[in-house]
Design a protein around this ligand. Structure first.
Ligand SMILES: Nc1ncnc2c1ncn2[C@@H]1O[C@H](COP(=O)(O)OP(=O)(O)OP(=O)(O)O)[C@@H](O)[C@H]1O
Length: 360
């Protein structure tokens, strides 16, 4: 649990993370207040986060949590009311216009609605940022075809956006964002307009961007499944604050904030809710206990060991075990059958080797 922390008691991570990688994005006490028609909206409240070079960092939250505002501070589309955002060492809020344009070439961005130029073909869309950066025609041509191959659209140079599917349009968006060889790619709900199959393909492409080009990715989403599939780090936002952040495995296997638990249970259904417990109770009269399954204990056959030793039976009535980043975790709800004293001894034994909770 070393990499997990709550932002309230740990202001900001050090410049090097546990793996020794250096920092690519740093939010330092970032707050943002909008004044809209006489109404003050605090979109961000004292956000402190550190994104290491090479991370795929996901920010998840419900609508209005402040995700877009946070993302837009990275390339200066929003300037914090207080606090600062550092990208690859540059303090974004302190840059003049020219410096900001240069910094933006280092920060690619993709959008939920793709934002392609509809009157230009795919080649021209991808070439656009290269033209703005003053890249020569020959160099542009080489780079665009290289990118088209990379995103799997080698035959679409002359097509127009309206002739492409949603997934293909997002591939073009990714190619365009990569044109100037940025160090960072920021993704604004990049798969929210896509069906599940296409979402999976675009997420695979983002993984390839991270792996093959070493680009740091920060994405915002309201879908925990996106986080589960590609991120190594996650921050959960609610009401403009980061309520929890850490390694994806740590956060998924042991969520602390209620909003995080809700997000986790939207993709993993391994713990029974009140209704499920009531249903189980109708057919199982024994002692019900929830056992948390963690990576560290997965090789110990403790259930059969304790069952033999204490002369009790374990009847699995609910649960699931998941794999995340090559580590397992989950929860089993079991019914203990045996004499009262044996069950008590078995519960003591269980508590020695696993996190348990009486259920129902
Ligand atoms: N330009 C603006 N002017 C006024 N209020 C704004 C502005 N931009 C965002 N807000 C408000 O700030 C809060 C956070 O909005 P933000 O868009 O960052 O949240 P979000 O988590 O990205 O939600 P969504 O997924 O719905 O976009 C909301 O209450 C929103 O109404």
């Amino acid at each position: 649990m070393a990499s997990k922390s709550n932002v309230l008691d740990q202001p900001v991570q050090p410049l090097n993370d546990a793996a020794g990688r250096d920092e690519m994005i740093r939010f330092e006490n970032v707050s943002k207040i909008f004044d809209s028609r006489g109404e003050r909206v605090q979109a961000l409240k004292d956000v402190n986060l550190s994104v290491a070079r090479g991370d795929i960092f996901g920010v998840v939250g419900y609508s209005g949590a402040g995700k877009s505002t946070l993302l837009r501070t990275i390339n200066g589309l929003e300037i914090p009311s207080t606090g600062k955002v550092l990208v690859d060492g540059a303090d974004i809020g302190a840059l003049n216009g020219k410096q900001l344009s240069a910094a933006r070439q280092n920060i690619g961005m993709i959008f939920q609605q793709f934002n392609l130029l509809l009157s230009r073909n795919i080649f021209q869309n991808i070439a656009y940022p290269l033209r703005l950066a003053g890249v020569s025609k020959a160099e542009t041509k080489k780079r665009v075809y290289e990118l088209l191959d990379f995103v799997g659209l080698g035959d679409k140079a002359k097509a127009y956006p309206e002739q492409l599917s949603g997934g293909q349009k997002q591939r073009v968006g990714i190619a365009r964002a990569l044109a100037n060889r940025p160090a960072v790619l920021i993704c604004d709900e990049a798969t929210s307009a896509l069906d599940p199959q296409t979402t999976g393909e675009v997420l695979d492409l983002l993984k390839k961007v991270n792996r093959e080009y070493g680009i740091t990715i920060l994405l915002i989403t309201h879908e925990m499944d996106v986080i589960r599939k590609i991120c190594n780090k996650v921050a959960v936002m609610e009401g403009g604050t980061v309520v929890e952040h850490g390694g994806v495995y740590e956060v998924f296997s042991d969520p602390q904030a209620p909003v995080t638990s809700r997000f986790v249970s939207s993709v993993l259904d391994h713990r029974p809710g009140t209704e499920a417990i009531e249903h189980i109770r109708k057919t199982h009269r024994g002692q019900l206990v929830q056992i948390e399954v963690k990576d560290e204990g997965s090789s110990d056959p403790f259930l059969s060991r304790i069952a033999r030793k204490r002369n009790v039976d374990f009847n699995i009535v609910y649960g699931g075990v998941n794999e995340l980043q090559s580590r397992v975790f989950g929860s089993l709800t079991v019914e203990l059958l045996g004499s009262g004293p044996d069950i008590e001894l078995a519960l003591d034994d269980l508590a020695q080797v696993a996190e348990i909770r009486k259920a129902g």
